[in-house]
Design a binder for this molecule. Structure first.
Ligand SMILES: NC(=O)c1ccc[n+]([C@@H]2O[C@H](COP(=O)([O-])OP(=O)(O)OC[C@H]3O[C@@H](n4cnc5c(N)ncnc54)[C@H](O)[C@@H]3O)[C@@H](O)[C@H]2O)c1
Length: 256
């Protein structure tokens, strides 16, 4: 028997945006801790899910790919149903899928605003709802949404992203209050800059990169596995007293 409070042995987790930079690290961390994983991502990411599922198998855990587009609520519900058909009842869900369109507020179009808000805020809510509808009747579960340090402080030229991430920080508080008496915890993780598909071009500018690293008291960018370890804590019984929180994994950015 594994008595570590960080163990997820016997649990099933669904991760959205699972084949991206942070998503894949989250999948590996949860599988390493003992969870079977539903790898949820856009249908076009199916090929990227194959090596990730092999990583999960290397930890002795099961993985299924469940296609979804978090802007389409019915596809979210189908993905949760497929995940449970393949792996059994879900105890953990990670709402990680996200995008950014980095543009000044004077130029951002309505369509661009809608894209960012639909994926980063509406998509997170309906992912949480699909998870809650399964977990609440069973009386237990842990939901983790990936917010950002930019849900707490601003980042230049990202008004929709900053608004959506701030929305996620208060969304998890709202759901946490509603579902705490029903046994389901809801938290967020707020990462600093990590080099992934989301940030690679932006961080590719040496001046931008130096400016960003200069704002991080620990003096370096985050690593995907450092964000994943924060998610693991919130997903696991180790955080049994924690709900409605945003755990910043930001190298001290928001402490300044
Ligand atoms: N990388 C960073 O510096 C950073 C910092 C703070 C927060 N975040 C957040 O972390 C999360 C993951 O970002 P990342 O850095 O891994 O980016 P990424 O671009 O590497 O991965 C994003 C993932 O989301 C998926 N996705 C996009 N639109 C989707 C949709 N409509 N439906 C389903 N899946 C969709 C993509 O297919 C991809 O797998 C995002 O919410 C992002 O805002 C990232």
């Amino acid at each position: 028997m594994d008595i570590s409070p960080f163990s997820l042995r016997g649990q099933v987790a669904l991760v959205t945006g699972a084949t991206g930079g942070l998503g894949a690290a989250i999948v590996r961390a949860l599988a390493a801790a003992g969870a079977d994983i539903a790898i949820a991502d856009l249908p076009a990411r199916h090929a990227a899910a194959v090596p990730l599922a092999a990583d999960v198998a290397a930890f002795g855990r099961r993985a299924v790919f469940v296609p979804l587009d978090v802007t389409d609520v019915s596809s979210i519900n189908e993905a949760f149903a497929r995940a449970e058909d393949g792996l059994g009842p879900l105890g953990i869900a990670v709402a990680n899928a996200g995008v950014n369109i980095r543009k000044p507020g004077l130029d951002l179009t309505e369509a661009e605003w809608d894209t960012v808000i639909d994926i980063n805020l509406k998509g997170v809510f309906f992912t949480c709802q699909a998870a809650g509808r399964r977990m609440v009747p069973r009386g237990h579960g842990s939901i983790v949404a990936i917010a950002s340090q930019h849900g707490l402080v601003a980042t230049p030229r990202s008004p929709a992203y900053s608004a959506a991430k701030a929305g996620v920080v208060n969304l998890v508080r709202s759901l946490a209050v509603d579902w705490a008496p029903l046994g389901v915890r809801v938290n967020a993780v707020g990462p600093t800059f990590v080099e992934t598909g989301l940030t690679r071009d932006y961080l590719g500018d040496p001046a931008v990169r130096a400016e960003i690293v200069g704002k991080i008291p620990l003096g370096r960018l985050g690593k995907p596995e450092e964000v994943a370890h924060a998610v693991l804590f919130l997903a696991s019984p180790a955080s049994s007293l924690v709900t409605g929180s945003c755990l910043v994994a930001d190298g001290g950015w928001t402490a300044v």
